[in-house]
Design a protein around this ligand. Structure first.
Ligand code: BTN
Length: 261
């Protein structure tokens, strides 16, 4: 195990959701740095209320409990820190060229999804005197050794998702990947604590981001619009040029739109 602040690693053969587990632990006062890892989840949670399904024993399913003592407006960078740490970790086990589709999907060079990140916050104790900073649990599911090839994927994922094993042509050691992730998290999460560190996260997100330079449709809770993603702001938000002017996307679902479609 490498030197890392994430040393309290709790392992489960099967659990409903590692995010759910750590949110409950956080409510009971667990400190920053607790990690939950599962071989299988029976009710894995995805973004936008979706479920996250993965065959037992094939992927890396992990959540980390963070308690960033920073403004509410900067807390989305916890997701960025974990996504960047995952890119670092995948690089450390030998796979370069992984990008981030804004805000938090890891993708291969042709845009197939390798991993998804889901942050869930509990702000109920925020600001109360004498209590720990409010928790944010960030979970990641990385497609590691599943499936054998594209034909083994559920039809709806074919061509859209890919595993590290498919990309490298060989099985990837999940323990080595977890160790690399925990080590990378140490550095990336440290960056949350200072303005310079947060600027560094936004800069590295800009470098890794495959969304910049593409035509996008942005789906917000109450509207959708199209434009060209032109950058990442110093705060880590997506900058989109539309016919009506520049829009800054703080949160939302982004679809890469093929020109002319
Ligand atoms: C997405 O929809 O892209 C995000 C998926 C996040 C899945 C991970 S797996 C480990 C952790 N526990 C959960 O229940 N979800 C996250």
């Amino acid at each position: 195990m490498p030197q890392t602040r994430f040393t309290d690693v709790r392992r489960f053969d099967s659990i409903d959701s590692t995010n759910r587990y750590l949110l409950d632990e956080a409510r009971d006062g667990a400190p920053e740095g607790v990690v939950a890892v599962a071989d299988h989840q029976t009710a894995g949670r995805g973004r936008l209320g979706r479920t996250w399904e993965a065959p037992a024993g094939a992927n890396l399913l992990a959540s980390v409990l963070l308690r960033p003592d920073i403004d509410l407006g900067d807390r989305h960078l916890a997701t960025t820190a974990v996504a960047l740490a995952a890119v670092d970790a995948i690089g450390a086990v030998g796979l370069a060229g992984v990008g981030i589709k804004w805000p938090n999907d890891l993708v291969d060079p042709v845009g197939r999804k390798i991993a998804g990140v889901l942050a869930e916050a509990d702000l109920s104790s925020a600001g109360a005197p004498g209590v720990l900073p409010a928790p944010v649990v960030v979970g990641i599911g990385i497609n590691v050794n599943w499936p054998g090839d594209d034909a083994d994927l559920p039809p709806e994922l074919r061509g859209l998702a890919v595993s590290l094993r498919q990309l490298s042509g060989t099985a990837v050691d999940r323990e080595a990947l977890l160790d690399a992730l925990l080590e990378a998290l140490g550095t990336r999460v440290d960056d949350l604590d200072s303005p310079e560190g947060r600027a560094h996260l936004a800069t590295d997100l800009r470098r890794a981001c495959t969304t910049v330079g593409t035509r996008v449709r942005v789906d917000l809770a109450d509207e959708s619009f199209e434009g060209t993603a032109t950058g990442i702001s110093p705060a880590g938000h997506l900058v989109v040029e539309t016919d009506g002017g520049t829009r800054l996307v703080v949160a939302g679902d982004v679809v890469h739109v093929r020109p002319g479609s």
